[in-house]
Design a protein around this ligand. Sequence first.
Ligand SMILES: [Zn+2]
Length: 584
Amino acid sequence: MAEAGTFADRVKQQADIVRIVGEYLQLKKAGQNFRGLCPFHSEKTPSFNVHPTRQIYHCFGCGKGGDVFSFVMEMEKCEFPDAVRQVAEKSGIAVPRAKDRSPQERKQNQARSALVEMHREAQTFFAKQLEGTAEGKLARAYLEDRGLNKETIERFGIGYAPSGGDVLLRFLKQKYSEKLLAESGLISRSEQGGRMYDRFRRRITFPIANESGKIVAFGARALGEDQPKYLNSPETPIYSKSNVLYHLDRAKEALRRSDFAVLVEGYMDAIAVARAGISNVVASCGTSLAEPQIKLLARFTKRVIVNYDPDVAGQTATERSISLLLEQDFEVKVLALPGKADPDKFIREQGAEAYLKVLKESPPYVDYLIARARLMDLSTGEGKLRAVNFLLPYVQKIPNRLLRSEWATRIAQQFRLDEPVLRAALSRAAAERRSEVKTQPELLGHAAKPVERRLIRLLAEGGSFRNELAHQLQQGQLYRGLETERIFSALIAAGLSSEPIEPSELAAALEERDRKTFYEILFEDSNEASWEEAQSCIDALRHRQAEQELADVQRSIEANPAGPELRGLLERKQSLMRRLAAAR
Ligand SMILES: [Zn+2]
């Protein structure tokens, strides 16, 4: 694994594994992956897979797998540095001269750590400015007015950048070089003369952390009428805005537990929603959601409720996000708040309960889009056509044929269109997709949810806590009723016996569909296993189990409201509700 931020890391990010592997063997597209005959063992049908987005390869025949570097090392029988150099050359990336390569890498790493440390100090500085200065008092009054109390300010690390123009600069200069300050994005340099000054002035600051909780940037809102209203850190060596989701570092647990995310536009919205008790909220920080952000989110859940601003920019961003999310197999709902409110405003005016209620009632994205299309001018044939053409690309993206057909009927009814004509248009549009689905039926959708997938991976990888994990799953019967139940059974049996797990042997005992899911999971890129993570996944399953039992109890109560068991059922309901509320 390439160390983050090194030259090797950069090469890996820029190199296209499909192209490089393709220089050694013939690859054909097969669904998301590329497939070919394995160069490491002899075979007649291809079982060697390359995953273009995860940038890994894996052979289902001989089990060899890794990244672009291990592939080149294996093929060329060379060492790691040599493989990095070769991949860089093949990818047209300038290779630093051998003698100064590693010191340069060291330097870059040092600079990055220093930038992270600088952001931490800037955060403390901004917090103190808010807390203890006359100017900060104004900012505090503004925040209070917006309903943000002291506890919230501390919880989200909100601070204040004073108006002086060089207050932060003078503070940071004591410790950091001008070069590093200029790279940090916290300090700007004037065009002429190169005079340095604070980027954020007379602004309320919101620290933006990366996935692991390290502050890498700031978002800042003008206190007065200064433009722009919102100003963020620029791209820096430690911050790329398309790779960071605001609040993700604090949302991880809740995302796993609830298995859905609320996606909002800005940090004020995210803070408002989190304060309303919905911790599984993330903000794209800007109106456009980027593909890397979606992939980041997909590691925790594949269900999203998009709740952007109701203005034109927000609507356009919503539609764009729907497209991107559908492409990544997400289940998408859209919340458009009544009264043209953004989440922050809505929660301030109507309260958390009201927000929760409308959130729960969020319609699937197609309903939202139909409502949008109905606002178009439908009085003419041309207008109707425009409305349908607006909807078609989205309907096309629905992977399930039956569901797609259902939507065709609904659209035809809604717009009083000739259904056969619409269906013909739809099936033409879907034809392209069908050919893809035919060759790769497993791509019809992920059968297993992220929490299940992660647990399966943890069980399969072994590790020191495999036995304990299997024990907990077994004891609570937590995997019963899951799509992946049979995979769990097999893994738990192996886990309890403490015998080493041989994935291919275990897979041989599974049914075809389960085997594919199992392999697919093994083929996913994943971070290092930790007991905390395993526990958080177990908690998510417990939560799901409690929710299901609650639904069962509720059904029993409704079915027989005067039965002799009513009292016991009501008690059970209360206790389940308390448990679920405590976990929220
Ligand atoms: Zn092989």
